[in-house]
Design a protein around this ligand. Sequence first.
Ligand code: HEM
Length: 414
Amino acid sequence: MHTAPHFDIDMDALWHDPYPQLARLRAEAPVAYVPQLDGIVFTRRDDIDIWEKRIDIFSSEQPGGLMTRLMGQNMMRHDGDAHQSQRRAMQPAVSPRAVQRHWRAAFREAAVRVLDELVPQGQADLCTDYAMTLSGEALRLITGLDNVTAHEMDAHSQAMIDGISNYAGETDTEARCLSAVAALDAAIEARLDAFAASPPDPDSIDGVSVIAVLQRAGATHDQILANVKLVISGGQNEPRDAIAGGAWALLTHPDQLACLMDGTVGWDRAFDEYLRWMAPIGMSPRRIAGSAEIGDVKITPGGRAFFMFGAANRDPAHFTDPDSFDITRDTRKHIAFGAGPHFCAGAFAARALVADVALPMMFERLGGLRLDPGRPAGFGGWAFRGPLTVHLCWDYDRAENTAGKTADREEKAR
Ligand code: HEM
């Protein structure tokens, strides 16, 4: 039961460009019932900031929900102590300390390898040939799944994401998701067996991986399977989209890119502004478990709610000229990583990967980088949103790119 106004959404248009409809919702009906989603949709930044923390009313436990049903019940589908204890168990793998001691350097090595392959090509689709590969390599390291390739990581992640946002109930999409889940469960179990037979040093790369820290913390078999898959479904496409989409945004704003290249503005600012401007996770769902009055809207238990991070990040109450991309703006109020207890556990690792490694290194290595004018980029999605293709060209001088130069650059990047 609720008294929220009905607001119809054109789902096809939402996928192509969600922002015009989200702006109307935010202005006209910030807490609305959207029949096409069969849920109460929140679009104002401050409403989400307040109500996402009220886990007594907006619960993450969704037993019949797509994620729980298809991927198992991970920490993101628990509230309170059950959530916090699983989050704590994973923390050593994704903490600022782990990023500082292990991940940043390992990401740099991976980026050097990917760029060494890429540079001589002189052109590429940045989404598949760099952003996807590098995100997949980073996830192999963080999860401990050295028995899954970067390409498999991306394919499995995408299949799971498609499955858990399959509100239309397409059977093929569900089947692909279940097959990715089965492949990943088998790979995780193989690594669990290997670590049980020969436990890795807790201060080694393997020892700080998600699988190893959960195993050491005594997490149950089901918890490990579910939470490693959560990291894969939540940790692949978001950095991938921030890398490829961020590069596109900078190349279409050359004055802003120049500020990054001459060091006037730091890469962190570009990362945050991209996340604000084009939130890779546009929405987080909840089950309505309690009663509340939100302005003049009353809700009672039953049904679901959607927190629209993508809309919140363009709320004019907090961001001037919110649709424009501007790395010099104050982005501190963006909530692209969430605004409650489920705030992204991988935020430090994501920042290291995108802002410290992927973006600066590609602009450093790919001289004369430019968008391919014959193949314009496209973006898609609303629950998860990012670039579909970003075709780029750059200048390649074979003499300039000897192995010695590469080693020099790698050293310099450190
Ligand atoms: C730019 C990159 C990323 C973005 C924008 C992002 C965004 C988010 C968002 C919006 C949530 C849900 C927050 C909520 O409902 O309040 C989330 C949760 C989560 N993310 Fe990320 N994420 C990113 C990268 C990563 C990476 C690289 C990892 C893993 C290494 C990761 C692991 C997780 C986990 C485990 C959760 C669940 C946390 C919990 O339930 O307590 N994310 N992320």
